[in-house]
Design a protein around this ligand. Structure first.
Ligand code: GRF
Length: 206
């Protein structure tokens, strides 16, 4: 499976995928490129350190959103990916791209969707909202990307205990370690090995 990984920040989820391929736990998968909207994303450094083609397509370099959307989709198409993996990617995916890659774009979100998701719920804000609500359990979700924000068919979820003394930072770290970094490679492996189908908007395991 040829996967293209889209990143915006530190790239710890990208690193988890790189490591899973290296350890052999993620099979039949090749990262053919990493694209970031942020030229300073450490995720680009991680890609380069692992010999993976790394490019930046930044909205700042375009006169308007439509021009960026076209350039971004053109760059994506150049890689001919089988699967697009959004790993901490903070840019809305253009509708044309959703259409072209229906059920071939996945995203990792740091909560148990449908809790604490949707526009404005990203990064630390997700964990701030979970702590503010006083939930005892949170977690992470891998889902297919559709036209909405965090609304596509759910592929995998994993729960994580919230500790009494958690801060948004300590909770984010635990959710990444105990859930995100396991779920994303696992979901890619299931897709790479033909164990996922989408029927009636729901994911079924074969
Ligand atoms: C993290 O908040 C993670 O939960 C979410 O994106 C953010 C950055 O992840 N998926 P990464 O370290 O850039 O993979």
């Amino acid at each position: 499976l040829r996967i293209l990984v889209c990143v915006s920040g530190g790239g710890t989820n990208l690193q988890a995928v790189i490591d899973a391929i290296g350890s052999g736990s993620l099979t039949n998968t090749e990262i053919i490129g990493v694209i970031s909207n942020n030229k300073n994303a450490y995720a680009l450094t991680r890609a380069e350190q692992n010999g993976i083609d790394a490019v930046c397509v930044s909205p700042k370099d375009f006169p308007d959103r439509e021009a960026f959307n076209r350039a971004f989709l053109e760059k994506v198409n150049e890689y001919h990916p089988d699967l697009i993996v959004l790993a901490g990617f903070l840019v809305a995916i253009p509708a044309a791209m959703i259409e072209s890659y229906r059920n071939r774009i996945i995203n990792i979100h740091p909560s148990l969707i449908p809790s604490f998701c949707g526009v404005g719920f990203y990064g630390l804000k997700v964990h701030e909202a979970a702590l503010a609500r006083g939930v005892k359990v949170t977690g992470a979700t891998v889902h297919f990307v559709d036209e909405g924000t965090d609304t596509g068919p759910i592929i995998l979820q994993k729960s994580v205990q919230v500790h009494q003394d958690d801060t948004p930072k300590t909770l984010q770290q635990r959710v990444m370690e105990e859930a995100e970094w396991q779920l994303l490679p696992q979901a890619i492996d299931m897709i790479a090995n033909g164990r996922i189908s989408v029927e009636d908007g729901k994911v079924r395991y074969k």
